[in-house]
Design a protein around this ligand. Structure first.
Ligand SMILES: Nc1nc2c(c(=O)[nH]1)N[C@H]1C(S)=C(S)[C@@H](COP(=O)(O)O)O[C@H]1N2
Ligand SMILES: [Mo]
Length: 322
């Protein structure tokens, strides 16, 4: 099936026809009813575009700023980074912010599973009492060649690993994200391998850059950006940064991610940013900054090589960059 081979964002963005529209036209989207489930206002916004999604008020989330990771470019205006999203559970177009307001973020808990001392479920508020929140500005590079620069509030992934107490056999973390048919119209697109899965090695997870974000621009993270908690891995293509995670499993098996299941040759396990390794269907040499639309040169490891390049020293035979 052609659609199966070419998910919406696997087409370089300038050529992409929003997939939901194409499928609706062909009568293939079982989703017109499903879109309406997110509420009439949200549905209207999704189908016709609009000035701004009907967003809920986002509470302030103060945390000390850590300036160790200065981004070297302007912040992306909040209105641009929060209205141009990839969140396929809510649809395969970029304008999912309205529909995503249906996401129920409270109560929220995360299951710590697999090779850990005590498998258990932890309520998000209890987890947040045991970690140190801080704000960091990171560059984000989507595999589709757009990019943004965002102040995230969150905590090092290493703190979660410590809390989970992995056993000595654990080699990978496997993230599972929320799959809620009542609120997520994208799940009716049954040719996608739901739920959205991602994974990293234990060494990557405990690298100082690996972050779990609960806030953005000094407030709680908006639903469309992965509320209430999302992975943030700035040296990798954006699809590795799984949104709205509900389970972290420690395992000795390399996780097979959602996009890998769809097309491994284009979206592999490592997915580290490299301008010299083109995507099979487009160049990765440059990126478009959300907001200004300025084109800038992409950097290897998205500019974070000093922190992460050494992680990959012994892995020269792996497909590290796609
Ligand atoms: N659960 C889930 N997480 C996801 C995605 C998704 O579709 N579902 N898209 C990924 C992709 S391709 C990117 S580029 C980033 C986008 O994050 P943003 O919308 O906050 O910019 O989220 C990633 N995490
Ligand atoms: Mo992406």
């Amino acid at each position: 099936m052609l659609i199966h081979r070419r998910p919406g964002w696997s087409i370089p963005e300038r050529e992409a026809t929003p997939e939901a529209v194409v499928l609706a036209r062909r009568g293939l989207l079982g989703g017109v009813g499903a879109i309406a489930m997110a509420g009439p206002a949200a549905a209207q916004w999704r189908l016709f575009g609009g000035d701004a999604p009907p967003q809920q008020d986002l509470k302030p989330l103060p945390a000390p700023h850590n300036d160790r990771y200065a981004p070297g470019r302007e912040l992306t205006p909040e209105k641009d980074s929060t209205t141009y999203n990839n969140f396929y559970e809510f649809g395969s177009e970029k304008s999912v912010a309205g529909a995503a307001q249906a996401l129920v973020v409270d109560p929220w808990s995360i299951e710590l599973a697999g090779m850990v001392a005590k498998p258990r479920s932890i309520a998000l508020e209890d987890l947040l009492k045991q970690v140190h929140l801080e704000e960091r500005v990171y560059r984000h590079r989507c595999v589709e060649a757009w990019a943004m620069t965002v102040p995230w509030t969150g905590f090092p992934m290493a703190e979660l690993v410590k809390l989970a107490e992995p056993t000595s056999s654990a080699k990978y973390l496997r993230f599972t994200t929320l799959m809620d048919r009542k609120t997520m119209p994208g799940l009716t697109q049954s040719w996608y391998p739901w739920p959205y899965i991602e994974g990293v090695t234990l060494a990557e997870a405990t690298n100082e850059l690996a972050f779990l974000s609960v806030g953005m621009y000094g407030k709680i993270v908006p639903r469309q950006d992965g509320a209430p908690i999302r992975v943030t891995l700035p040296w990798k293509y954006g699809f590795k940064s799984a949104k709205s995670i509900v389970k972290v499993e420690f395992t000795d098996q390399r996780p097979v991610s959602y996009w890998q299941q769809l097309q491994d040759s284009e979206y592999g396990f490592w997915a580290n940013v490299n301008p010299e390794v083109p995507h099979p269907r487009w160049s990765q040499a440059e990126e478009r900054l959300l907001g200004s639309n300025e084109m800038v040169k992409t950097k290897i490891w998205n500019g974070y090589g000093d922190y992460v390049a050494a992680l990959y020293d012994g892995l020269k035979n792996e497909r590290l960059f796609a």
